[in-house]
Design a protein around this ligand. Sequence first.
Ligand SMILES: Cc1cc2nc3c(=O)[nH]c(=O)nc-3n(C[C@H](O)[C@H](O)[C@H](O)COP(=O)(O)OP(=O)(O)OC[C@H]3O[C@@H](n4cnc5c(N)ncnc54)[C@H](O)[C@@H]3O)c2cc1C
Length: 439
Amino acid sequence: MHKILILGGGFGGIRCALDLEKKIGSKAEITLVDKNSYHLFVPALYEVASAYGLKQDPFAIRLKKTICIPYSDIFSAKKIRFIQAEIFSIDVENQKVATRGGEILDYDYMIIALGSQSSDFGVPGVKEYAFSFKSLENGLALNQKINELVFATQREGDVKSEPINPVVDFPTATKSPKEFRKIHYGVKIAVIGAGFTGIEVAAELTCCVKKFTQARGIKGRCERVLLIEAAPKILPMISDKERIVIMERLTRLGVEVTEGAAVEEVRSDYIKLKNGKTIDVDLVVWTTGVKPLDILKNLPSMSLAGNGKIVVDDSLKVAGLSNVFAAGDNVEFQDQKTGRLVPALAYVAVEQGKIAAKNILRSLKSDKLVSYNPFFDVWIAPVGGKYALAHLWGGVNVKGFWGWVIRELVDLKYMLSILPVKAAIALMWQEITLFIKND
Ligand SMILES: Cc1cc2nc3c(=O)[nH]c(=O)nc-3n(C[C@H](O)[C@H](O)[C@H](O)COP(=O)(O)OP(=O)(O)OC[C@H]3O[C@@H](n4cnc5c(N)ncnc54)[C@H](O)[C@@H]3O)c2cc1C
């Protein structure tokens, strides 16, 4: 019996496993390995960071359930073996994979779908002082920190209620909690990197902080959310019209966007820009992008691109290896039609997972492999509360509440593709009822 080993149970790995199981079921041994016991639904991570009401759920059980989908639910009644283990090394010459616990797994075919990790782009202080935004732990820690910061601000009447002048910075917060309470006028959060993730995080944090401050009985505006982008414009790949829609929404929410400002250094209570300006902040959220996992660096037989991603051919077969495929964020793929690199997106990983599964089935039958034709001209940008801008097929835009509805439907479609109908609907219901609390 052929052994098929899937590394990583993210969007690419799960799709590949389920498609293979559907087509060959018990005729092959399909094993999926992931370090977690759950599939993290990353696109809703910003909702976890900004969720309101965590105090009533100190172990965050409800929150975790909304974005952590247990593999036991996804693979129940499927002929897929799941192993919870961290991949430690991959030996493609001998077709073996070692886990950190010392288990050795062998394979006839393998799919590498290990995703990516946050990148600090070498900026000093990011690792030490900034909150990254990639894992469940990151989302929960950020939520906790915001709660703490709001708690440290003054009570009703002490907070300045007149509109904030964005040109004049707040006084610097000192280290002493007493001093902090005395002179601190509000929570100042800097989100660094205005890609889709930075935008959704900054927008949603304004809603979240408002809820926290209301609950504390604080009157007037108690937060400033700064969104800082190094490029001359946010989201350079979208049209000017779309950018204006997003900017207007951010401004309405009170997010202060600065473009063309690269961060040079991050410290515990300030950030320094390359233009020499220093901004005092209470909290830095780092959302500038992702990079491939370090584990890939130790694979001498694997062809890696300059950015460290795995080089694959049109069929997603890893260059130079006949029985190893790759899918998702860890893949470098250039769209031949446009010359653009395929972006790291969940639905791209799903499509690649499907192609990898198809091509393993074809390899088993010695059939010609199919090519992956990337399509990534559809996106949805949630911008705080029940508001999103959706860019659909043919360039059609839907904004506002209906954009948000489309986003929820897309999420539901995904849940239905990996879970039984009842479980998928129940999960979406839980998500919506919990996440709209801060809108
Ligand atoms: C905050 C945020 C918001 C996003 N929002 C969107 C969005 O709205 N829409 C969209 O399309 N995309 C979005 N993305 C991008 C999207 O999440 C990724 O492109 C997608 O998750 C990639 O899928 P993947 O299968 O390649 O990797 P992942 O989904 O990251 O899965 C990789 C899996 O590998 C496992 N793993 C990693 N290392 C090891 C190891 N050593 N041993 C064992 N297991 C390991 C991980 O636990 C994980 O389960 C967002 C990303 C982030 C960070």
